[in-house]
Structure formats: C-alpha cells, structure tokens
Design a protein around this ligand. Structure first.
Ligand code: NJP
Length: 223
C-alpha cells in the first residue's frame, strides 16, 4: 500500500516540486496551503494520489483538521513535510518592519511547532517521519538577521525533535538549501538551486530504511 506524505507550502516552489517527485516515487501526497486554486491545479496534474486541503498553517485547528482528513482519506500518515515559510527581503534588524516579523515568526516558527505537535499522534502510529525546511541561513549567516534567526530556530528544533521521535522509532530531517529558484525572493538572485533538486533530497530522505535517519541535508548552488 502506498505511503502518505502531507506537505505544507505545497502550492508553489519547493512544496509543489516535492509533491510531484514524491508522487512519482509512489507516495500519496496531501497538498496544504492557502491558495486553493493552485492546490486544485496541482492535485489535478498528479491525479488520484493527491489530495488538496486548503490550510493556513498559522491556525492550529486548520493543520489538525488537515492531518485528520488526510489520515481518514488515505488510511494513515507516514510523513509530514513542514515546508511552508515566508521571508521578507528586508528581514534585517535595521530595515525590517516589525509587523512583517510577527507574520514571519508565526509561519516559520510557531506553525512548525503546531504542525509537529499535531502530527506526532499520527506519526506514532506509523513510526513516521517529520521533515522541515530549514535553510543555509539556519546554519550560516545571511543578510537578513531576523529571517535567519527563524531558521536557526528550525534547525535547533529539528535536531532535538529527531531525538524525541527516536524514542518511538520515528525520524526527523532538516532540509537546508541555499538560494532556490522559487517565488520566495522578490528579485532574481544570481545563483540558484532548482526546486526539483530540493524535492529529490526530500524523496531521498523519505526512501531510507527505518534503521537509518538522515538528520539533515544541506544543498548549495553549484552553477
Ligand atoms: O517559496 P514559495 P519556497 N499557511 O514562496 C506557503 C524555505 N527556503 O518554495 O499559502 C499555509 O514558492 C505558500 O502557500 P500559500 C522557505 O523559508 C527557501 O522557496 O498558497 N501556507 C507557498 O506554498 C520556506 O520555508 C529558499 O501562499 C503558507 C509556500 O509557503 C520553504 O523554503 C531558501 C503560509 C512558499 O513557497 C519553501 O519556500 C532557503 C501560511 N500561512 C529556504 N504562508 C529560497 N527559495 O531561496 C506561506 O534556504 N505559505
């Protein structure tokens, strides 16, 4: 029976590419984001292996409901990819807008915690896998100290979550890319990884036997 992966931020970029790659690798994919139209289009493209659920990850009840609906539809959840994230170009301390920081911290930090908290009861049943999108900016420096700090949080959380999940046979993986060619940045950047490259890394982590936990994958542009 096909395994099931729920992906947040599945309406574009890394999340959408991962949905396609995981479906090609034989997974059922549950697509979560706020853009209903984009989710429906992607779900139509993938076919029966996909289920689209409109969800704002900053609303805990919405992510809880999405997990429940996915579990009922596909008979359980084997993996959750908390990929939704936001960043503002001026996410530095001097030029940043504190109101934008609030939204960014909500999506990049609190919503990851909500997703993990709500996912664990489902993943315990399958000895499942929690994957989160960190960043090069969560390991290193970036001209945007506030955004970078949200990703440092993700890395600290992900590493410790892996230990908590190991207690019952679960696994956690941090995906840490450098610049990726998505709609994330307002202006084009010179050197970029393709979203499909990141998707391949996620599928690799998902495909490892349960005896091996890939804790982090760090991907840099190579053009
Ligand atoms: O960007 P983009 P990426 N509730 O803008 C969703 C990290 N990252 O694929 O709700 C639910 O194409 C949004 O969906 P929608 C980055 O920090 C990137 O590059 O429909 N979903 C969309 O699907 C992030 O964690 C780079 O607007 C919400 C998705 O998030 C992850 O990669 C480098 C939401 C964003 O897709 C994916 O970003 C790096 C909400 N409240 C890390 N708010 C890079 N691109 O260079 C947003 O190191 N979304």
């Amino acid at each position: 029976m096909a395994k099931t992966l729920l992906i947040t931020g599945a309406s574009s970029g890394i999340g959408a590419a991962t949905a396609k790659a995981a479906a090609e690798a034989g997974w059922n994919v549950v697509l979560c984001a706020r853009s209903d139209d984009k989710l429906k289009a992607l779900s139509g493209e993938i076919g029966e292996a996909a289920l689209a659920i409109t969800c704002d990850v900053t609303k805990r009840d919405e992510i809880a409901d999405a997990l429940q609906e996915a579990a009922e539809h596909f008979g359980g959840i084997d993996a959750v990819y908390a990929n939704a994230g936001t960043g503002v170009e001026k996410a530095g301390i001097e030029n940043g807008d504190p109101d934008e920081w609030h939204d960014m911290i909500h999506v990049n930090i609190l919503a990851v915690l909500y997703a993990a908290h709500e996912a664990i009861p489902h993943l315990k049943k399958t000895k499942g896998h929690f994957i989160v999108t960190g960043s090069k900016a969560g390991r290193d420096t970036f001209k945007g100290s506030v955004y970078s700090a949200t990703k440092w949080f993700v890395h600290g959380f992900g590493e410790n979550l892996a230990e908590e999940m190991r207690e019952w046979g679960g696994r956690a993986t941090i995906i840490a890319p450098g610049m990726v060619d998505t709609a994330f940045f307002d202006e084009p950047k010179p050197s970029k990884i393709q979203p499909e490259d990141v998707a391949n890394a996620v599928v690799f982590a998902l495909g490892q036997p349960k005896t091996a936990a890939v804790r982090e994958i760090y991907i840099m542009p190579n053009d």
